[in-house]
Design a protein around this ligand. Structure first.
Ligand SMILES: [Zn+2]
Length: 265
């Protein structure tokens, strides 16, 4: 009984984090039966092998049949961490892939060496299957990207302050509107929950670049196929951003002063 519960928990966790991991875990349990010698080690080895082959060689080939593609990384565009690709969290509809390419090229051309850094996108399969903790990243049209930072010499840098990419906030300054206080007063306790997901802070020598972030957002908003962009209200005011595409994500979501979210039609 305990073993079944443990298996179920592993299955759910692997599915929530990687979408395909749970199924592959079941497959490896079937391939290495319960009577096998060194069962745990063999199953783990088979699972890791199956998972890596499926993730890097099979899913990228079959995802397009479900309407999604792996994000094409270039000299202008990369994931914040290899964990995003390892966990199959880097799939988008072809339109979003094109938009990412165009935005990153335009931004990287204006700022040589500076990349568009993406975080969570979508899983490869099944519309409606959420990529937790983001409930809306379920259709291939949504992506989170990192803010832009500058180094001690005020030059733009590709470094980011959060190891995971989330949870290190560019807080409201004195006098700026504080959406987090408002949402937490309304008992939306999850609004700043990603502070627990940063996996630690790093690169203490960098600071938020208003100019770089504003320029990047400007390029994104110019894209005809981009429908909406979320950023925390105090940053929208600080960067003097104006566009019908800028929407407030609501207190049921999480704060957007550690990353930008945008979506295509
Ligand atoms: Zn998002």
């Amino acid at each position: 009984m305990l073993k079944t519960i443990a298996k179920l928990i592993i299955f759910i966790l692997l599915t929530v984090i990687t979408q395909i991991g749970g199924v592959l875990y079941l497959v490896s349990s079937v391939l290495i039966g319960s009577s096998a010698k060194w069962k745990f080690i063999k199953r783990t080895a088979v699972f890791i092998g199956l998972y890596l082959i499926t993730t890097f060689y099979i899913v990228p080939v079959i995802a397009p049949y479900w309407g999604r593609e792996k994000i094409v990384e270039t000299e202008f565009l990369e994931a914040h961490s290899w964990c995003y690709t390892l966990a199959n969290r880097s799939y988008v509809k072809p339109q979003l892939n094109r938009s990412l390419k165009e935005v990153s090229e335009a931004f990287g051309t204006k700022n040589p060496g500076i990349k568009l850094v993406y975080l969570d996108a979508n899983f490869p399969f099944i519309d409606g299957f959420p990529l937790l903790p983001h409930l809306s990243h379920n259709d291939g049209k949504k992506i989170d990207i990192a803010l832009i930072y500058k180094d001690g010499q005020s030059e733009l840098t590709n470094k980011k302050p959060s190891r995971s990419g989330y949870g290190v906030y560019e807080n409201p300054k004195n006098g700026e509107f504080n959406q987090t206080v408002v949402c937490k007063k309304q008992e939306y306790w999850q609004y700043d929950f990603p502070k627990y997901l940063s996996m630690g802070t790093t690169n203490d020598d960098i600071s938020f670049s208003e100019e770089g972030t504003k320029q990047l957002i400007g390029i994104i908003l110019k894209q005809k196929k981009v429908e909406r962009l979320f950023i925390e209200p105090h940053l929208k005011s600080r960067l003097i951003l104006k566009s019908d595409k800028l929407k407030f994500h609501g207190c049921k979501a999480v704060r957007h002063d550690d990353h930008i979210h945008f979506e295509t039609k």
